[in-house]
Design a protein around this ligand. Structure first.
Ligand SMILES: [Mn+2]
Length: 307
């Protein structure tokens, strides 16, 4: 059966290194005059000419409570409020048997998306869920230092013992169920946590040694043998920051465009794939729209089109 997709905008950009009120998803949606490319038009092309089933559900806007909490520096509370609303939106996609593609927003929004997948598949159906985290950073900073967009995995794994942050026992993400790809910029406490829980990291060295297809094959073998579902979270800064700099924390020496396309296509077209985030891309820093072209190609790869 052909798959159906929901596009969900999560324009919450308040907890990263480059807080902005710009709606990053609208930046993707609208046509660029330089290259005549925009996500909304591209959705129409795929639906009308290629018989795809893709709906843009619009945005989950941060409401006044969330914005007020952020402004007053109650960031964990703001995030938890926002994430709850986002989670409900993804859950209704799951109830409608559609696959959510969530466009952020900084990476903190993954609290809502990953918890939706864990709630629907793990808690409600007892399924085993793997999370593939494609990122320059490990995002498991369990300290108070730095911004919350660098902590979603620590928070999802319930290893963030600050400001009463807790996660319901039946949707705690197990560190062994996280599979990092392209992570290369660690804080010492993250390095320690990764070692303590023997978390898997297909870092740039593994990609050099066995190639992106080797990494994909190992991931797929693990998923085939041990899991019922895969959820993918793709941080734009996983890409090579020498070319792709439209984010708050570009990092040189990451994935090439081709590697990212191959990886995303391979994971998203696996029968156990249940959803993906694309986060941290900032159109306002993307002068020539090159990154936007790649982002749209990556989303297109999720829909099953490899170009
Ligand atoms: Mn990240």
């Amino acid at each position: 059966m052909p798959k159906s997709f929901d596009i969900i905008g999560a324009p919450f950009n308040q907890l990263g290194c480059y807080p902005t009120n710009e709606n990053t998803i609208d930046g993707l949606r609208r046509l660029n005059e330089s290259n005549w490319l925009g996500l909304s038009d591209w959705i129409n092309v795929r639906n009308n000419r290629w018989k795809a089933d893709i709906k843009d559900l619009g945005d989950v806007e941060p409401d006044s409570v969330v914005l007020q909490l952020t402004e007053s520096n109650y960031r964990e509370k703001a995030l938890s409020c926002y994430a709850d609303t986002l989670k409900e939106t993804l859950l209704s996609s799951y109830h409608n048997q559609r696959i959510p593609i969530t466009l952020g927003g900084d990476h903190s929004i993954a609290i809502g998306t990953v918890q939706a997948a864990l709630e629907f598949f793990k808690k409600q159906q007892g399924k085993r869920v793997a999370v593939v985290w494609i990122d320059a950073h490990a995002d498991c900073n369990d300290s108070l230092a730095s911004n919350l967009h660098g902590k979603p995995l620590a928070m999802l794994m319930d290893k963030y013992p600050h400001y009463d942050w807790t996660v319901d026992a039946d949707i705690i993400l197990n560190p062994q169920d996280v599979y990092y790809v392209a992570v290369r910029d660690l804080m010492p406490n993250e390095d320690a946590l990764i070692k303590q829980y023997s978390m898997v990291n297909f870092d740039m060295t593994s990609i050099e040694n066995i190639g992106i297809n080797g990494v994909l094959n190992q991931l797929i073998a693990t998923i085939d043998n041990n899991y019922d579902c895969i959820y993918v979270s793709f941080d734009y800064d996983a890409l090579d920051g020498s070319l792709f700099r439209a984010c708050g924390t570009p990092n040189v020496g990451g994935l090439s465009a081709r590697e990212a396309l191959h990886l995303i296509y391979g994971l998203a077209n696996h029968p156990k794939f249940v959803g993906i985030d694309f986060v941290e891309y900032l159109p306002e820093l993307d002068e020539k729209g090159i990154s936007k072209e790649l982002m749209i190609k990556l989303i297109d790869a999720v829909w099953g089109f490899r170009n």
